[in-house]
Design a protein around this ligand. Structure first.
Ligand SMILES: [Zn+2]
Ligand SMILES: [Zn+2]
Length: 568
């Protein structure tokens, strides 16, 4: 090992998240020892059929596994945490994160890798830990999930600040803070004072989130939406269906408070929503007053003006609660005229079409939809806007800035802001680029292997592997083709569904089982609300789900379902 000296540079190596949404993973290397910050995944884009998740390519981490000293995770969003269980298999190392993030990670590891042992270390703002050649200090930031932190990373080359996702909202500015209930607030606010102190100490480089770089002004605090939502609660006489991101615990608190104030009871519907709130409840980050929570059945027996259902699925994801409600295909709940559906969320870029279809379907069922289009005050982002980004850079006053996370244009805009505040060196990174940072300069000196790895229900691989896997799957389980002929005017079925199975059933059972499958399918379709019946794409989704369920239950098999919807 070389003697520690200021001439050894710090290397910043983003392995994902630059020029794209998700896959956030950045390596810091000093004197041949490595620290990985975050390890996120990406949800498949349109057209990635059959792909469940996208992971960063871990080749570099695998090669460097012997010098990897740890993973530090800034917060629990999937684009920062979701790929970690996969990375740990290839390049094991201790994981450092705050309480809520660790709580989520423990459950993920138990699900993904039962029996897998890894050292998990809880970190706290204002407490430093040593990870290899780095001293890591977490700094609390406001974001849209509890316990988010920025990281001050000190090594022989100087001080680097990795902002993670943040917005500039200090604790005192946030009126939604309610300490009277005895729970600590999930959004403790951004520790502006500490950032200022770091700035005074001298920051060599700031590696900063760019997601909000196209939005003018300040992002605003969670408290900003409390009043608009209160107006909505005050003026709505029907049931309220509140859709939001499951991890936004502070919004759960906001809605719970409104329910109490307006005498409504609250049901949480959707696995991820219950999962996140369970973690938050166990850490005292969310509190539901006694008697506030209700089951769907209990809500059903109340007048609609006393009911709120919180759901997930703001992006129109197939299978999500809101999507199934929109299709009229949820087993225990349906949208009625008089319902108000609040989409307290933003549209993640790329999901515009899915979300618009979702909103249309809800409107067709007679619901009033209140989203950011109608009233932009029903949602506040967790990502700092241009003014937030500018203020952060002013506080840190870094010698260099590396804008990360977001589409290329966002990185450029963020770089512009850095130039405007007088940052000397600004470097737009490429995934895999090795950026050498020292007192004198900041430049790319090399390139390591990066890419995307696709995951489907059966494992990890590249595109060709997934195609081969589909073929093996077909060979092993067979295929069911469902032909539905719609009347082009009304959207009703012209004749009963026609099913053909290949490689699924023996001749003995063929007619009997297929006959029952046909009946079950016809019944499901009949029960769909008229609004969802005539739409080929939505119908195909329902058919796939219904038949998958049928064959799983009847035969314990998962044939490949191909719905064909034609109009006549
Ligand atoms: Zn985030
Ligand atoms: Zn993020």
């Amino acid at each position: 090992m070389r003697p520690m000296s200021a001439s050894v540079p710090l290397e910043v190596i983003p392995l994902g998240g630059c020029g794209e949404f998700g896959l956030n993973l950045t390596c810091y290397r000093y004197d041949d020892e490595l620290l990985a910050v975050d390890c996120g995944l990406m949800f498949p884009e349109d057209g990635m059929y059959g792909v469940d998740l996208v992971l960063p390519d871990f080749s570099f981490l695998r090669e460097q596994a012997a010098s990897l000293r740890g993973y530090v995770i800034t917060h629990g969003h999937e684009d920062h945490l979701g790929a970690l269980p996969f990375a740990l298999r290839e390049a094991p190392a201790p994981v450092y994160a705050t309480g809520f993030t660790l709580s989520l990670l423990r459950e993920k590891l138990a699900e993904n890798s039962p029996g897998y042992k890894v050292e998990l270390v809880e970190i706290h703002p204002h407490q430093r830990v040593t990870v290899g050649p780095f001293t890591v200090e977490p700094i609390g930031v406001a974001h849209s999930i509890p316990d988010a932190v920025s990281l001050a990373l000190r090594c022989g080359a100087g001080l680097a600040v990795h902002t993670g996702d943040f917005k500039m909202v200090g604790p005192s500015q946030d009126p939604s803070h309610d300490h009277s209930q005895g729970h600590k607030s999930p959004l403790g606010g951004t520790d502006i004072e500490r950032f200022e102190e770091l700035g005074a100490e001298g920051v060599l480089v700031a590696v900063a989130d760019s997601t909000g770089a196209l939005e003018p002004g300040l992002c605003g605090s969670e408290g900003d939406i409390a009043e608009p939502l209160a107006d909505l609660f005050a003026t709505t006489s029907g049931r309220i269906i509140m859709a939001q991101f499951a991890s936004n615990i502070e919004r759960c608190n906001t809605v719970a408070r409104l329910c109490r104030r307006f005498g409504r009871r609250l049901a949480l519907e959707g696995r991820s929503l219950r999962q996140y709130t369970r973690h938050a409840e166990s850490l005292g980050l969310v509190s539901f007053p006694p008697g506030l929570r209700a089951t769907l059945e209990e809500l059903q027996s109340l007048p609609s003006r006393r009911a709120v259902v919180m759901v997930t699925g703001t992006q129109g994801e197939p299978g999500s609660v809101l999507r199934r409600l929109a299709l009229g295909d949820h087993p225990n709940l349906s949208v009625q005229p008089g319902d108000t559906v609040v989409l307290s969320s933003r549209i993640i870029p790329g999901n515009e079409r899915k979300v618009n279809r979702l909103v249309d379907l809800l409107c067709r069922q007679g619901a009033t939809v209140v989203d950011a289009v109608r009233d932009r005050r029903v949602h506040v982002s967790g990502h700092g806007y241009r003014e937030d980004l500018r203020r952060m850079l002013l506080l840190l006053n870094p010698r260099g800035v590396i804008p990360v996370h977001g589409r290329y244009r966002m990185l450029i805009e963020h770089a512009d802001i850095a130039h405007q505040v007088g940052v000397e060196r600004v470097h737009i990174p490429q995934n895999g680029g090795v950026i050498e940072v020292n007192d004198q300069s900041m430049r790319t000196t090399g390139q390591v292997e990066v890419g995307r790895v696709l995951v489907d229900g059966k494992g990890v691989g590249d595109v060709e592997e997934l195609v081969l896997r589909d073929r093996r799957h077909l060979a092993a389980t067979g295929t069911v083709v469902a032909l539905l002929t719609l009347d082009s005017s009304g959207g009703d079925l012209v004749r009963p569904p026609e099913l053909t199975a290949v490689g699924v059933l023996g001749s003995q059972e063929y007619d009997e089982i297929l006959g029952r499958a046909t009946q079950a399918l016809a019944k499901t379709i009949q029960e769909l609300p008229p609004s969802a019946r005539g739409l080929p794409e939505e119908l195909a989704e329902v058919v796939r789900r219904r038949l998958r369920g049928f064959f799983r239950k009847e035969l314990d098999r998962k044939p490949f379902i191909i719905p064909l919807v034609i109009e006549q």
